[in-house]
Write a protein of this length. Structure first.
Length: 245
């Protein structure tokens, strides 16, 4: 039976190989282990293998997991980095603001405002990315590319938040070339925003250094296009657990 540690090492090797092929340093790409639907024990196993950044799609499941790991001694905030990467509703923002370190799925100002208001003062600023609907899918979350800059500038002015970049989940593509084209489009949107080094209305500089692209099936194309963070679940943890009949 293949262990999570073995699969993590395989994914790390894929990242290193993709970076070499793209002429990039391996450390320029962060690995986010997407642990949704897997138990806290699986996260602890990945943590023991050196993985410290985890992504959760479902807020309540993520909060339960975060608390379980902290109570077991595995989850001190200084050791772990938790990313909320799923669609976020207004009634879930307080839990996210109080428990997570990053939110990658902001697509409207109201959600950002609530996160800003609800982020505890004793925690570091919440790191945030804006989700962009790069390929125009009608049923997909994400701000339209033409509305990105206006939303980014508004979010950058909110206290207790630190705007870092964008996240995108394009439609699955059949081959490397098609995947690459989609991710290059996202990279072009990211670059065209031109926000790196600008100052938000709160006076703080906008880092604009995070391009969250790529998952298990397309991380090579995403890295070639310029992704700085890949979100990998299946290749690390295996197939998603099926609900009981």
């Amino acid at each position: 039976m293949t262990t999570i540690a073995t699969q993590l090492n395989q994914v790390r090797q894929r990242i290193a190989t993709a970076c070499l092929a793209a002429g990039r340093e391996a450390h320029s790409v962060q690995l986010l282990a997407v642990s949704k639907t897997f138990p806290a024990e699986a996260v602890a196993e990945a943590l023991s293998a050196g993985q410290t950044a985890f992504g959760e799609n479902y807020v309540q499941e993520g909060v339960t997991k975060i608390d379980a790991l902290r109570n077991s001694g595995h989850g001190e905030r200084r050791h772990l980095q938790w990313h909320c990467i799923g669609p976020l509703q207004s009634n879930k923002t307080r839990d996210v603001a109080e428990h997570f370190d990053w939110v990658q799925s902001i697509d409207r100002l109201k959600i950002a405002q609530r996160l800003s208001e609800q982020r505890p003062a004793d925690l570091p600023p919440l790191q945030v990315c804006l989700q962009v609907n790069v390929d125009g899918g009608a049923n997909k979350s994400g701000v339209a590319p033409q509305d990105l800059v206006a939303l980014a500038q508004a979010v950058a002015g909110l206290p207790r938040l630190a705007l870092r970049g964008i996240m995108s989940i394009p439609e699955p593509a059949a081959d490397f070339a098609a995947q690459l084209a989609l991710h290059q489009h996202a990279k072009a949107i990211f670059d065209a925003a031109g926000l790196a080094g600008q100052t938000g209305s709160d006076g703080n500089a906008i880092a604009w250094d995070t391009l969250s692209l790529g998952m298990s099936a397309d991380l090579e194309a995403a890295i070639h296009a310029g992704s700085t963070l890949v979100r990998v679940g299946t290749a690390i943890f295996g197939g998603r657990p099926q609900p009981a009949a």
